[in-house]
Design a protein around this ligand. Structure first.
Ligand SMILES: Cc1ncc(COP(=O)(O)O)c(C=O)c1O
Length: 393
């Protein structure tokens, strides 16, 4: 029994694909502590620096005072406390949709929502670079899955045509992300909306890396492109730019009512702590305020500084095309061991940028995924390239 997975683990190690936890002994921020040493942190999705914001902390603490720590039951039994509903009303108002529903995580939102939307003989058309949660949700649904090459509209169109012919009368669901998590580029949303309209398909847009960062009041790419009404299912997470934890779906009232009745990850799981809902609510309030605008501007400045310092010098490691204006800077090293060696060397120099490897990205496309946040100091950003240069080509 002790050796149950020893061979498999050895095989992972030999391919430089083994993974390990690192213990952070501090709060989250542009610097974190590991084993008593401080590191500049370029690995976080806390894009606006809200994970340790005093307003979110205060909201969570005072909610614990009033509502306690655990929710005690699932949302449909007796776990729905006032902060859950306040958060969902605030999310719907902020996103300008009829209603919203929160889940324990973004992953749970995908896993519950997709199988509630489609089933056997329906068709899901998924961008090749979509996050694991979207792939897993689709597999769980039992729908027919067709993957289209990343952002390839012509291929998507031919898949739509095929689906309409081969699965007449069935539901077709297009799934994509607004900002792709490992590449930082965006979906061509207007063109996607045009296609979904023409073929009578549904569109699920995962705004995980756009929410809080892009669009008016940080409402995401659908709002930025003025196509919110056309995106049937607006998914996102409260755990990245919003600095809290949990996932959400925004959409029509009937969609949300359907999910309350059919999304199994919502129904069969204890409600998230009320304190987390209260912290996320404080983040939503902040994002719609002038302070939110200030944070987004600050993030934009930090992105510009990073681009200026990094992009011209690392263009040989960047994905093809113009680097997008994004907080995510992938440096594609290729070989898994080489990416791991570079990440370890940077860590020895006090810079935390983990290597991202298969199966998160394709085999042979291992990379450093550098993320910049509004909370980084210019000096911290300026320290990054010299550290990379010391250890790479
Ligand atoms: C694109 C995308 N969708 C969904 C998720 C899942 O969100 P959460 O971390 O809240 O489970 C992530 C998180 O890594 C993500 O990058």
């Amino acid at each position: 029994m002790r050796d149950l997975f020893a061979e498999e683990l050895k095989a992972l190690r030999e391919r430089a694909l083994d993974r390990h936890l690192r213990e952070i002994s501090s709060e989250q921020g542009p610097e974190v502590e590991i084993a008593g040493r401080r590191f500049i942190n370029f690995s976080s999705n806390d894009y606006l620096g809200l994970a340790n914001d005093p307003r979110l902390r205060e909201a969570a603490t005072s909610a614990i005072g009033k509502f306690g720590v655990g929710a005690g039951a699932s949302r449909l039994i007796s776990g729905t406390q006032s902060p859950h509903l306040r958060l969902e009303r605030a999310l719907a108002k902020w996103k300008e949709t009829e209603a919203a529903l929160c889940f324990g995580s973004g992953y749970a939102a995908a896993l519950g929502t997709i199988p509630a939307l489609v089933a056997k003989n329906d068709v899901v058309l998924l961008d090749k670079l979509c996050h694991a949660s979207l792939i897993d949700g689709t597999k769980l649904s039992g729908a027919v899955l067709r993957v289209f090459p990343h952002n390839h509209l012509a291929k998507l169109e031919s898949h739509l045509d095929w689906a309409r012919r081969k699965h007449p009368g069935k539901r077709i669901l297009i799934i994509t992300e607004s900002v792709f998590s490992m590449d930082g580029d965006r979906a061509p949303l207007r063109e996607l909306v045009e296609l979904k309209r023409r073929f009578g398909a549904l569109l699920l847009l995962d705004e995980a890396h756009a929410i809080g960062v892009i669009g008016p009041n940080g409402r995401g790419l659908a709002a930025a492109e003025n196509v919110s009404e056309e995106v049937d299912v607006q998914m996102g997470t409260l755990s990245k730019a919003l600095g809290a934890s949990g996932g959400y779906i925004c959409g029509s009232r009937t969609l949300i009512e359907w999910l309350i009745n059919r999304a199994r990850s919502f129904i069969y799981s204890t409600a998230p702590p009320a304190a987390m809902a209260a912290a996320a609510l404080a983040a939503v309030d902040l994002l719609s305020s002038p302070e939110g605008e200030k944070r987004r501007l600050l993030l934009s400045k930090k992105i510009n500084l990073m681009r200026e310092l990094l992009s011209p010098r690392t263009s040989h490691l960047s994905p093809p095309g113009d680097p997008p204006h994004s907080a995510i800077f992938p440096l594609i090293v290729g070989n898994e061991q080489a990416a791991l060696d570079l990440a370890n060397a940077l860590q020895r120099d006090g810079v935390l940028v983990p290597a991202i490897r298969y199966p998160t990205v394709a085999k042979g496309a291992a990379r450093l995924r550098i993320t910049v946040t509004a909370a980084h100091g210019d000096d911290q950003i300026q320290a990054l390239y010299p550290a990379i240069k010391r250890h790479s080509l």
